[in-house]
Design a protein around this ligand. Structure first.
Ligand SMILES: [Zn+2]
Length: 137
Protein backbone atom coordinates (compact mmCIF):
# COMPACT_ATOMS: atom_id res chain seq x y z
CA UNK A 1 0.00 0.00 0.00
CA UNK A 2 1.48 3.33 -1.08
CA UNK A 3 1.70 6.52 0.95
CA UNK A 4 -1.38 8.12 -0.64
CA UNK A 5 -3.46 4.96 -0.20
CA UNK A 6 -2.55 4.89 3.49
CA UNK A 7 -3.40 8.63 3.78
CA UNK A 8 -6.75 8.06 2.06
CA UNK A 9 -7.54 5.08 4.29
CA UNK A 10 -6.68 6.95 7.47
CA UNK A 11 -8.76 9.95 6.37
CA UNK A 12 -11.69 7.62 5.62
CA UNK A 13 -11.28 6.08 9.11
CA UNK A 14 -11.17 9.58 10.68
CA UNK A 15 -14.29 10.73 8.80
CA UNK A 16 -16.35 7.57 9.37
CA UNK A 17 -19.38 8.37 11.51
CA UNK A 18 -18.81 12.10 11.07
CA UNK A 19 -21.33 14.36 9.38
CA UNK A 20 -19.25 15.79 6.52
CA UNK A 21 -20.08 18.75 4.29
CA UNK A 22 -23.59 19.87 3.44
CA UNK A 23 -25.25 22.93 1.90
CA UNK A 24 -25.20 24.87 5.19
CA UNK A 25 -21.45 24.25 5.68
CA UNK A 26 -20.78 25.28 2.08
CA UNK A 27 -22.79 28.49 2.57
CA UNK A 28 -20.86 29.22 5.79
CA UNK A 29 -17.51 28.76 4.03
CA UNK A 30 -18.59 30.99 1.13
CA UNK A 31 -19.90 33.63 3.57
CA UNK A 32 -16.58 33.46 5.45
CA UNK A 33 -14.62 34.04 2.23
CA UNK A 34 -16.87 36.99 1.28
CA UNK A 35 -16.52 38.48 4.78
CA UNK A 36 -12.74 38.06 4.68
CA UNK A 37 -12.53 39.89 1.35
CA UNK A 38 -14.89 42.62 2.59
CA UNK A 39 -12.85 42.92 5.79
CA UNK A 40 -9.65 43.38 3.79
CA UNK A 41 -11.24 45.89 1.39
CA UNK A 42 -12.95 47.98 4.07
CA UNK A 43 -10.37 47.60 6.83
CA UNK A 44 -13.08 46.55 9.32
CA UNK A 45 -11.36 43.99 11.55
CA UNK A 46 -14.61 42.67 12.99
CA UNK A 47 -15.49 41.11 9.60
CA UNK A 48 -12.35 38.98 9.73
CA UNK A 49 -13.25 37.83 13.24
CA UNK A 50 -16.82 36.90 12.20
CA UNK A 51 -15.40 35.08 9.17
CA UNK A 52 -13.07 33.03 11.41
CA UNK A 53 -15.97 32.12 13.71
CA UNK A 54 -18.01 31.01 10.68
CA UNK A 55 -15.12 28.85 9.42
CA UNK A 56 -14.67 27.24 12.84
CA UNK A 57 -18.41 26.50 13.04
CA UNK A 58 -18.34 25.01 9.51
CA UNK A 59 -15.41 22.73 10.42
CA UNK A 60 -17.12 21.78 13.70
CA UNK A 61 -20.29 20.83 11.79
CA UNK A 62 -18.34 18.76 9.23
CA UNK A 63 -16.47 16.82 11.94
CA UNK A 64 -19.49 16.45 14.20
CA UNK A 65 -20.75 12.95 15.03
CA UNK A 66 -24.23 14.21 15.94
CA UNK A 67 -25.51 13.57 12.42
CA UNK A 68 -29.18 13.90 13.36
CA UNK A 69 -28.80 17.43 14.77
CA UNK A 70 -26.56 18.59 11.86
CA UNK A 71 -29.05 17.22 9.31
CA UNK A 72 -31.85 19.05 11.10
CA UNK A 73 -29.88 22.34 11.04
CA UNK A 74 -29.27 21.86 7.33
CA UNK A 75 -32.97 21.16 6.75
CA UNK A 76 -33.96 24.38 8.57
CA UNK A 77 -31.38 26.32 6.52
CA UNK A 78 -32.71 24.86 3.25
CA UNK A 79 -36.32 25.67 4.21
CA UNK A 80 -35.53 29.27 5.27
CA UNK A 81 -33.51 30.04 2.14
CA UNK A 82 -35.74 28.21 -0.37
CA UNK A 83 -37.17 31.40 -1.93
CA UNK A 84 -33.78 33.10 -2.11
CA UNK A 85 -32.04 30.09 -3.67
CA UNK A 86 -34.88 29.66 -6.20
CA UNK A 87 -34.62 33.35 -7.12
CA UNK A 88 -30.82 33.09 -7.56
CA UNK A 89 -31.18 30.01 -9.78
CA UNK A 90 -33.78 31.84 -11.89
CA UNK A 91 -31.53 34.88 -12.28
CA UNK A 92 -28.56 32.69 -13.26
CA UNK A 93 -30.68 30.85 -15.85
CA UNK A 94 -31.93 34.16 -17.25
CA UNK A 95 -28.38 35.42 -17.54
CA UNK A 96 -27.20 32.18 -19.16
CA UNK A 97 -30.05 32.28 -21.73
CA UNK A 98 -30.07 36.08 -22.25
CA UNK A 99 -29.02 35.76 -25.90
CA UNK A 100 -31.70 33.19 -26.71
CA UNK A 101 -34.73 34.56 -24.85
CA UNK A 102 -36.41 37.82 -23.80
CA UNK A 103 -38.05 37.76 -20.38
CA UNK A 104 -41.26 39.56 -19.46
CA UNK A 105 -43.63 39.44 -16.55
CA UNK A 106 -47.37 39.36 -17.05
CA UNK A 107 -48.82 42.83 -16.27
CA UNK A 108 -51.85 41.18 -14.65
CA UNK A 109 -50.45 38.36 -12.47
CA UNK A 110 -46.64 39.01 -12.51
CA UNK A 111 -45.88 35.50 -13.83
CA UNK A 112 -42.48 35.42 -15.50
CA UNK A 113 -42.63 34.52 -19.19
CA UNK A 114 -40.01 34.16 -21.88
CA UNK A 115 -40.11 34.36 -25.67
CA UNK A 116 -37.36 33.59 -28.19
CA UNK A 117 -35.23 36.66 -28.88
CA UNK A 118 -35.48 38.21 -32.34
CA UNK A 119 -39.07 37.23 -33.23
CA UNK A 120 -40.09 40.93 -33.49
CA UNK A 121 -43.48 42.15 -32.26
CA UNK A 122 -45.38 39.35 -30.55
CA UNK A 123 -48.61 38.95 -28.64
CA UNK A 124 -47.76 37.02 -25.51
CA UNK A 125 -50.43 34.90 -23.85
CA UNK A 126 -49.79 34.38 -20.13
CA UNK A 127 -49.64 30.68 -19.38
CA UNK A 128 -51.15 31.03 -15.93
CA UNK A 129 -53.93 33.64 -16.29
CA UNK A 130 -54.49 33.77 -20.06
CA UNK A 131 -53.91 37.56 -20.26
CA UNK A 132 -52.64 38.74 -23.67
CA UNK A 133 -50.19 41.61 -24.13
CA UNK A 134 -47.93 42.89 -26.92
CA UNK A 135 -44.15 43.11 -26.67
CA UNK A 136 -41.15 43.42 -28.93
CA UNK A 137 -38.72 40.52 -28.58
ZN1 LIG B 1 -50.73 36.38 -16.13
Amino acid sequence: MGFFDRMRASLARFMSGRYGADQLSQAMVIAAIVLTVLGILTGIGLLGLVSNVLLLLAVFRMLSKDRYRRAHENQVYLEKTFGLRKDMTERMNRFKNRKKFCYFSCPKCRTKLRVPRGVGNVTITCKSCGNKFDKKA
